[in-house]
Design a protein around this ligand. Structure first.
Ligand code: ADP
Length: 232
């Protein structure tokens, strides 16, 4: 099954009277359970494409289907519900709730995803342990470093085991061993839970975790290379 499909995605931005075409016709098909990396030079359109695939930006033309649902047809409200129910996001801004501890931030995410019950605290604790924050669960975001906040945001995105994980530079602020732990967690979810993972990255340390790499160059796909890594 194809989990993430894009057909002829185009995107233009207007600045004053000048129109800049950022995406010039992108076709993508990412099978369920795959870890796909998206790489390419700065300014090539990666973040714009990810935002469109996540239903955060509406493309100038083209369609996006996630899990068989054409999201470009959904209303704003339907999109919000779809994202909450199916997608875990890791973006560069962390958006953690400042008044809640790391643990409470994850518990809240589980609640918002409809997970109720006494097991939530344990699930949240396990997730924080897996991103190396087992000893920081009661810290407020203000008492965490940038890399630690990023890890809370990653744990929050993975809470509830979403079918789709979309991440923009998830390992950029992390040291090698934490970056490796985060990728291993995503590999675990892909292999055992059928999660489909799409990651924008410049990080050469994680390319061996990919099933496939999509290269974007000046708003077009440069090439797709299949990797047989033996990891999946
Ligand atoms: P990448 O993630 O590959 O660095 P982006 O998708 O962030 O690339 O940006 C691609 C191009 O689109 C850049 O030239 C950027 O300036 C432009 N761009 C992105 N968002 C906007 C916007 N909201 N308005 C105008 N131009 C934008």
């Amino acid at each position: 099954m194809v989990a993430i499909a894009a057909h002829n995605i185009q995107m233009s931005f207007m600045s004053g009277t000048t129109e800049t075409k950022v995406l010039k016709g992108i076709d993508l098909a990412i099978p369920s359970g795959q870890i796909r990396l998206m790489m390419g030079p700065s300014g090539s359109g990666k973040t714009t494409l990810l935002s469109i695939l996540a239903g955060i930006l509406t493309p100038s033309a083209g369609q996006v289907e996630l899990l068989g649902q054409e999201i470009t047809q959904l209303s704003r409200k339907q999109l919000t519900v779809f994202r909450r129910d199916h997608i875990g996001f890791i973006f560069q801004s962390f958006n953690l709730f400042p008044a809640l501890t790391a643990l409470e931030n994850i518990e809240l995410a589980l609640q918002l995803k409809g997970k109720k019950g006494p097991g939530n605290q344990e699930i949240a604790f396990d997730l924080l342990k897996q991103v190396g924050l087992g000893d920081r669960v009661n810290n407020l975001p203000a008492d965490l470093s940038g890399g630690q906040k990023q890890r809370v945001a990653i744990a929050r995105a993975l809470a509830g085991e979403p079918e789709l994980i979309m991440a923009d530079e998830p390992t950029a602020a992390l040291d090698s061993s934490t970056g490796r732990d985060v990728i291993e967690l995503m590999q675990y979810l892909a292999k055992n839970k059928g999660c489909t993972v799409l990651i924008i990255t410049h990080d050469p340390r994680i390319t061996d975790a990919a099933d496939e790499i999509t290269y974007l160059e000046d708003g077009l796909l440069a090439s797709e290379s299949s990797l047989v890594t033996g990891l999946h």
